[in-house]
Write a protein that binds this ligand. Structure first.
Ligand SMILES: NC(=O)C1=CN([C@@H]2O[C@H](COP(=O)(O)OP(=O)(O)OC[C@H]3O[C@@H](n4cnc5c(N)ncnc54)[C@H](O)[C@@H]3O)[C@@H](O)[C@H]2O)C=CC1
Ligand SMILES: O=C(O)CCC(=O)C(=O)O
Length: 488
């Protein structure tokens, strides 16, 4: 069964049934590349729908947790196969609904397949250890148990990978899930859940409730029968969720913004550094929490670096991500476009020098989408808004530095700490960077964006709630440890 009807209306998925919301309200999910392209109609759910989903997840959990890990893994392996069979179709939906280019969307769906397979295997791996007791006749060990019902709240920028890297570990460890995707990409979310449904996942193990963050997301944070919340999105919302979770003793995990630096030192391979700046800063139209936004360049190579960067940016093709040869698509929504344009305006107002871009593209075919030019500023001082706040758009701030030490100090001068990159051949500076940069992801001679599913992912300072997602690190959030002491 599928989530869509003949009218392309996508339904909630509650207790294994595709269900219209109790409010009977839907809204169109439009393509940011062409606002006349309606990808589908999605539900605007109410609290009643959320309650039904939480109840279904609560009923399913005691049975689901009793299955063996390998048995739960079988469902994930099957879901991976279904997603892989539907890769092209779902990638096209991602591009239409969110705007990233089709090759990027295909890469993301493949990543979703790989994450499902990784966590399917996790069902067979160790969940505890034996610890020597001071009592020689006793056995002391740890085991892990699921938390119960987990609320999954996700953004629109990785509409396949982020939901899957939260849902897959949640369920492999025996939790059940209520999933609220970003409304901007709710059609994609419904298609992911269709894959779980087609894989035969038992009713209630994963439930999908579409709707406004301020209604459904907020009620999830407050819901007494949701035992844990995993969230990716803005800092403001993340902090609100954390406060609500703490107030009722629920576990929470937040993955939020970044203001990620790249440092280019005078001994760097300039061509590679330019490519990494462009790819890290502008791919996905800069809408990654790991995107490069501050570019610190040593003065000796500042001018050649700038020249090459601007020349390469001129070559980038912008357009509908479904078209062949397009390198950069639109911003994901009108709201996001307006945010980006307002930051560009602020940069100009506060005295930064605009080197390229800066305008909305609205002539010809661009007129029906949310397109903005790739934008580069220089003469950006560290206290300017564009050097401090997350923009989440294709905007780079070039900052000239004299020394590595100055670059490092400025790179750390931010409330965020997600990802950071350096280009240099000097091993001593690499090692100092690894030690002293305040970031959860440290990248040497590689762009700031890009994460591997088998490695821990997360940030320092205000970029996260200090926990890590993905890889084996996920077990820390999605389970509780029991320390067991056995004596005959
Ligand atoms: N870290 C990341 O990957 C992301 C960061 N962002 C940042 O956030 C900015 C705003 O983007 P938005 O889409 O508005 O992010 P957002 O934080 O509002 O949305 C993320 C998720 O939270 C939900 N949500 C919204 N309000 C909520 C509330 N009161 N309680 C519970 N859940 C709620 C949304 O429906 C969505 O599912 C971006 O410009 C960017 O700076 C946005 C998306 C992803
Ligand atoms: O860089 C990546 O591949 C992941 C980025 C990410 O998780 C995000 O933007 O939310």
């Amino acid at each position: 069964m599928t989530a869509g009807t003949a009218r392309q209306t996508y339904l909630n998925y509650i207790n294994g049934q595709w269900t219209p919301s109790s409010t009977s309200q839907t809204e169109p999910s439009i393509s940011p590349a062409n606002t006349y392209d309606i990808v589908g109609y999605v539900q605007q759910s109410g609290i009643e729908d959320l309650n039904a989903a939480v109840e279904a997840a609560g009923r399913a959990q005691p049975v689901w947790r009793k299955l063996s890990g390998p048995k739960r893994g079988e469902y994930l392996f099957r879901a991976a196969d279904v997603l892989e069979q539907r890769l092209d179709e779902i990638a096209e939906t991602v591009t239409r609904e969110m705007g990233k280019t089709l090759p990027e969307a295909k890469g993301e769906v493949q990543r979703g397949v790989n994450i499902l397979r990784y966590y399917a295997g996790e069902g067979m791996r160790s969940i505890g250890e034996v610890i020597p007791s001071t009592d020689s006749e006793a056995l002391m060990l740890t085991t892990r148990v699921p938390l119960g019902v987990v609320g999954v709240i996700t953004p629109w920028n990785f509409p396949v990978a982020i939901p899957i890297w939260k849902i897959a570990p949640a369920i492999i460890y025996g939790n059940t899930v209520v999933f609220k995707p970003a409304q901007e990409t709710a059609v994609t979310a419904a298609k992911i859940v269709e894959c779980l449904d087609e894989a035969g996942l038992p009713a209630g193990v994963v439930n999908l409730v579409m709707g406004k963050g301020s209604v459904i997301g907020n009620a999830m944070a407050e819901h007494p029968y949701i035992h844990a919340i995993t969230f990716t999105g803005s800092n403001d919302v993340g902090k609100m969720i954390a406060q609500k979770a703490v107030a009722r003793g629920a576990k929470y995990q937040l993955e939020m913004g970044g203001k990620n630096p790249i440092i280019v030192l005078e001994d760097a391979d300039l061509d590679r550094a330019v490519e990494a700046t462009i790819s890290g800063g502008l791919r996905s139209t800069g809408q990654k929490c790991t995107a490069t936004s501050r570019v610190f360049v040593q003065s000796a190579i500042y001018e050649p670096f700038k020249r090459r960067l601007l020349a390469r940016i001129k070559e980038l093709t912008i357009g509908n991500g479904l078209a062949d040869g397009v390198w950069m698509g639109p911003c994901a929504s009108q709201k996001q476009l307006e945010t980006v344009l307002s930051y560009i305006e602020k940069g100009i107002e506060e005295g930064a020098t605009l080197l390229c871009g800066g305008r909305r593209l609205d002539d010809g075919e661009f007129g029906t989408g949310f397109y903005v030019e790739p934008t580069v500023f220089e003469n950006v001082s560290p206290n300017m808004t564009i050097a401090r706040e997350e923009i989440f758009g294709p905007v780079l701030a070039l900052i000239k530095v004299e020394t590595f030490e100055e670059a490092l100090a400025l790179a750390n001068d931010t409330p965020f700490g997600l990802s950071a990159s350096i280009f240099t051949q000097n091993i001593g500076k690499m090692l100092t960077f690894i030690q002293d940069i305040e970031a959860g992801l440290v990248r040497i001679n590689e762009e700031s964006a890009g994460v591997e599913l088998q490695a821990p992912f997360g940030g320092m300072k205000q970029s996260s709630s200090h926990s890590r997602e993905q890889g084996r690190a996920a077990i820390e959030f999605f389970t509780a440890i029991k320390t067991v002491f056995v004596k005959g």
